[in-house]
Design a protein around this ligand. Sequence first.
Ligand code: KG4
Ligand code: ZN
Length: 340
Amino acid sequence: MAAQKIFILGIESSCDDTAAAVLYNGKILSNVVATQEIHKKYGGVVPELASRAHQQNIVPVIHEALKQAGISKKELSAIAFTKGPGLMGSLLVGTSFAKSLSLGLNIPLLDINHMQAHILAHFIEEEEFEKPKFPFLALTISGGHTQIVKVSDYFKMEVIGQTLDDAVGEAFDKSAKILGLPYPGGPLVDKYAQKGDPKAFLFPKPKVGDLDFSFSGLKTSILYFVQKQVKEDPDFIQKNLEDICASIQYTIIKILMDKLKKAVKQTGITQIAIAGGVSANSGIRKTLKEAEGKYQWKTFIPKFEYTTDNAAMIAIAGHYKYLVQDFADLGVTANARIKM
Ligand code: KG4
Ligand code: ZN
């Protein structure tokens, strides 16, 4: 039998990025993301505006992904789309588009869990990038989720710890907002933190059981701290921005690392992969790399472009579903709260 040629179109529209990617046998041919700038002035994602922007972007984004891949839509083997979790109005745009395209082209449809896809991004075929071997632990850190996942196979994933309130990305973004930085503030906190002293200010770490996380207390303590300092010196933030950011980031990384160490101890698994938007954070990437020598872990850090929301991760998840012919039927619907 001749080797299979698998072309998967991935479509992602769960939040505020409209994205499409084409994969050929697990390798990227194109990876297009249209980030919606409109939310910046509101300091967060406005669901109704996100849905509308997806409707405007989806056709040009998919067109561009096919064009960059250099293939016609008739060559596609299947279409993978994000079923959830995410914002309902946003998910519906990608879901309906994927369903109509699959019907029109008469090719299989693959429904993908966004959080599983963040983890499966590690399986995109890349030179010089080693893939994790099962079982491994994944730390999924995004704007909506914070989880430690035991990954036993491509679609066999068990959440063994998670946040009880805010996600890590929210902790970054809300702290940034307190400091007067625009949305999404995570990347900016990262940028300023690189020049600051991580031990300049001390923030309390939450006390939550076992492998779970909590970040809402941290946000509150940063708020009270900043309010108090600004009362004494109105220029406090400006004068100390780098040190404040470095201290916040240091605290968040410490919280994540403490739980990871605990998870390794409990499971005996020392292969760790990070996934999700916050895994773009330079401090987290550096700390995890250092953990290889420090704790004898093997760590997997995704390429920068596969950390924040993208469709390449949806397409690779689709690729592995395609291999086992786990297709969705046309009655499939979006599910905003789908579990791992
Ligand atoms: O995975 P993602 O793109 O979307 C969700 O599914 O939520 O994650 C977005 C989150 C935002 O909270 C953003 O501030 C954060 O990832 N983020 C960062 C960095 N880059 C993105 N947080 C800290 N440092 C970064 N460099
Ligand atoms: Zn995401």
